[in-house]
Design a protein around this ligand. Structure first.
Ligand SMILES: [Zn+2]
Length: 340
């Protein structure tokens, strides 16, 4: 097979006004990545704010208007126990983050580019249809998935390798047969959802892989082969969106799922290959968490390498110092539950 060069695009929404004292979801998360953006062989697309009707494909009107009001009239402040905060610019920042994700997804759907990476904050995957939570205001990836359906796609899959369960994406997709969701996450941490039996009515479509701390690169390679690939073959998505959370790195300050940057490359590369095999190459990565700036920069480098179709290993020289726990029985439980 030829190694055909890919045309990759990205959007960048650093939201410098969206910050709160001592909060880990801060503009500085991107400080190591920002100076490297020009070194990736990818075209930057201009970000435009999402329209309210775009957001309303996922979120209730009362959440949208409520967030606007609280940002304009009461910010800065804390809106939940995570803690999730709002600053005076946060409503506009959240519209721009969702809009930048739409710019990437629509450019891929239109065939203007092969694939893309929306590097945005605030993140989105905890935001539920009626609730902003978990450092997330609007669910960027879910808004892009519903938009893809509105543009004529029949089935869209979101794969979420953030260290946390994307409860918001799951909630938005729960009863929509056109959308599928697969999440790998550390079990026992925020938000507490994401057990493998969460959605008995949606087997093979809502797939949760709860993992022990430090599960690591080898576990993720197995999950890709033993769970993600059969799920893709069963659901037959026309496009794959990826909630890329670099808090799954072993030295993230708030979680510990044990991946190295080489592990992020491996799973990202396999997702790009699955998109090539099943979706005409249509894949868009969207930044979620990741609270150690160097991990965000290396993780983004791994994603850009995967999107460029590079087969050479991306290795930032940061292997996990921890041994990997046994995950056989958990992967077997998940496979059996779904019939993979
Ligand atoms: Zn996370």
């Amino acid at each position: 097979m030829y190694n055909i060069p890919m045309t990759t695009a990205y959007t960048f929404v650093p939201s410098p006004g969206h910050e709160y004292p001592d909060h880990p979801e801060r503009p500085g998360r991107l400080d190591e990545l920002t100076p490297k953006l020009d070194s990736f062989s990818a075209t930057r697309l201009e970000s435009v704010p999402a329209k309210q009707e775009d957001i309303a494909r996922v979120h209730l009107p009362r959440l949208i208007s409520g967030l606007e009001r609280v940002c304009r009239e009461q910010a800065p402040g804390i809106i939940d126990y995570a803690p999730t905060y709002v600053a005076p610019t946060s409503y506009d920042d959240a519209l721009l983050a969702a809009g930048a994700t739409l710019v990437c997804a629509r450019a891929v759907l239109n065939g203007e580019i092969d694939n893309a990476f929306a590097i945005v904050r605030p993140p989105g995957h905890h935001a539920e249809p009626d609730k902003a939570m978990g450092f997330c205001l609007f669910n960027n990836v879910a808004v892009a998935a519903r938009d893809a359906l509105a543009q004529g796609m029949e089935r869209v899959l979101v794969v979420d390798y953030d260290a946390h369960h994307g409860n918001g994406t799951q909630a938005a997709f729960l009863n929509d047969e056109r959308l599928a969701y697969l999440s790998t996450h550390q079990w026992g941490i925020y938000p507490g959802t994401g057990w493998f039996e969460d959605a008995p009515h949606a087997r093979k479509r809502i797939v949760n892989v709860p993992l022990p701390a430090y599960a690591g690169d080898q576990a993720f390679a197995r999950i890709t082969d033993e769970i993600i690939q059969p799920m893709v073959e069963a659901f037959r998505p026309e496009m794959i969106l990826v909630s890329a959370g670099f808090d799954a790195h072993w030295n993230d300050p708030i979680t510990a799922l044990g991946l190295s940057s080489a592990g992020f490359f491996q799973i990202s590369k396999r997702l790009v290959e699955l998109a090539a095999e099943h979706c005409g190459g249509k894949i868009v990565f969207v930044l979620e968490g990741g609270y150690q700036p160097v991990n965000v920069a290396n993780g983004a480098g791994a994603v850009f390498s995967a999107l460029a179709g590079k087969t050479q290993e991306f290795d930032a020289g940061d292997p996990s110092p921890r041994g990997e726990p046994e995950v056989d029985s958990r992967l077997e439980e998940v496979r059996r539950w779904h019939g993979f």
